[in-house]
Each structure stands twice: as structure tokens, then as C-alpha cells.
Design a protein around this ligand. Structure first.
Ligand code: HEM
Length: 187
């Protein structure tokens, strides 16, 4: 199944991104610092959402309207007193069909799994507001993830497409990391 394959093929990319995000979070000393991290998430998630929008319709993903998106990040930034002005540079991977779009969305949807860990870290640093995005679907997260991976498997049933799907997912992880590379070098 494509899900299993893409998971294995992107494990090193996930680890790298996880490390980048943990480093960003460990440097958070204030709500304003946290809002800056969220701006990186917002810039990238919005860019990817726009790239995949022509392909991810409700025909492909029936519960699309119930899924978390970058508007949650914007709300969190604003709750923290920030704005979405001066966003860092973010480049979405090029996607040209439904399977490529689902492969990019795999990375965004999957990031919900790390959410509880991120909220826990933030709480430890005294941050308790602006965490709606990282709270994901709460108790429904497992169910929503199963729904997404079923759609991914259905559209990626042909084994000859696995390698390319993984390539797009890896690029989606990589480009996300790049957003924070530019943030760090500017600081
Ligand atoms: C502090 C940061 C993060 C931590 C601690 C973390 C942790 C985790 C954990 C524990 C899982 C496995 C959940 C399970 O199998 O039940 C997971 C899955 C996943 N995470 Fe992360 N994550 C983090 C950040 C991210 C980010 C920023 C992204 C994407 C931009 C991401 C993408 C994914 C994906 C795609 C999966 C699904 C793997 C699968 O196919 O099952 N993660 N993460």
C-alpha cells in the first residue's frame, strides 16, 4: 500500500524536520517567539494548500471542509497578538495531478501526529495560547488520519507510482525545512 511505502521512504526526511522544529521550539522564550515559528508554518502550509487546491476537491477528499488548514495557524498567530505580515519565504513543491497533491498533503496531514508533542513542549515553556493548530483533531485525530490514508491508498493503488509519490512527499518535507533555514540565517 502506498501509505506504508511513503511512510518508510520519508522517515529520514521526517526525522530531519522534527529536529528542525524541536530546535525552533526550544528557542521559544515568549509568545512573540512562538508566533514567529507559527509564521513559518503559516507561510508554508498556505503555499502548499494553494498548490494542491486544484486537485484536492471534495470528490477526492469528501471531508475536506472538516480538515485543519492554515486558517487555524493565522488564528493562533492573531491570538498571540501577531500578524501575518512579513512572512518568511516558502516554496511549495510543484504538483500536477491528484496523486502528487495527495503526496504533498500527506506531509501536512501527518504533521498533526506530532501536534500533541509540540503542545506539550510549548506548555513546558509557559505557552498556553495559540495552540489550536497543533491540537489537530483532538480525539478524532486517529480517525481523520485513517480516512486520509485510505484516500491516499485508493489513488495510489498502482505500485509503479510509489517512488514518484515518495519523491513529492520528500520534497514537501525538505522545502518545509528550508523555510526555517532562512529564518535562522536572518536572525
Ligand atoms: C516536534 C515535532 C514533531 C514530532 C515530535 C513529531 C512526531 C511524530 C510522531 C510520534 C509520529 C507517529 C505517530 C504515530 O504513528 O502514531 C509522527 C508522524 C508523522 N509526522 Fe511528525 N512530528 C513532528 C513534526 C512534524 C512535522 C513538522 C511534519 C510535517 C511538516 C510531520 C509529519 C509527519 C507525518 C507525515 C507523519 C505520518 C507518518 C505516517 O505515515 O504514519 N511531523 N510524527
Amino acid at each position: 500500500m502506498l501509505h506504508q511505502n511513503i511512510k518508510e521512504s520519508t522517515m529520514p526526511a521526517h526525522q530531519k524536520v522534527e529536529g528542525i522544529i524541536v530546535r525552533q521550539l526550544k528557542a521559544v522564550r515568549s509568545e512573540a517567539d512562538y508566533a514567529e515559528v507559527l509564521k513559518g508554518f503559516y507561510a508554508y502550509f498556505k503555499a502548499v494548500e494553494e498548490a494542491i487546491a486544484p486537485y484536492i476537491t471534495t470528490d477526492v477528499l469528501p471531508d475536506l471542509a472538516e480538515r485543519r488548514n492554515s486558517s487555524y495557524i493565522k488564528r493562533d498567530i492573531e491570538e498571540l497578538g501577531g500578524t501575518i505580515d512579513n512572512l518568511p519565504l516558502a516554496t511549495a513543491p510543484q504538483v500536477n495531478n491528484v496523486l502528487e497533491a495527495l503526496s504533498a498533503l500527506y506531509v501536512l496531514e501527518g504533521s498533526i501526529m506530532g501536534g500533541p508533542y509540540i503542545v506539550q513542549m510549548l506548555n513546558k515553556y509557559g505557552i498556553h495560547r495559540g495552540t489550536s493548530f497543533f491540537s489537530g483533531y483532538g480525539e478524532d485525530s486517529g480517525k481523520m488520519w485513517a480516512g486520509f490514508t485510505a484516500v491516499l491508498n485508493q489513488h495510489g493503488a498502482d505500485e509503479s507510482t510509489f517512488a514518484h509519490a515518495a519523491e513529492i512527499a520528500n520534497e514537501t518535507f525538505y522545502n518545509f525545512g528550508e523555510v526555517f533555514a532562512s529564518v535562522t540565517s536572518e536572525n
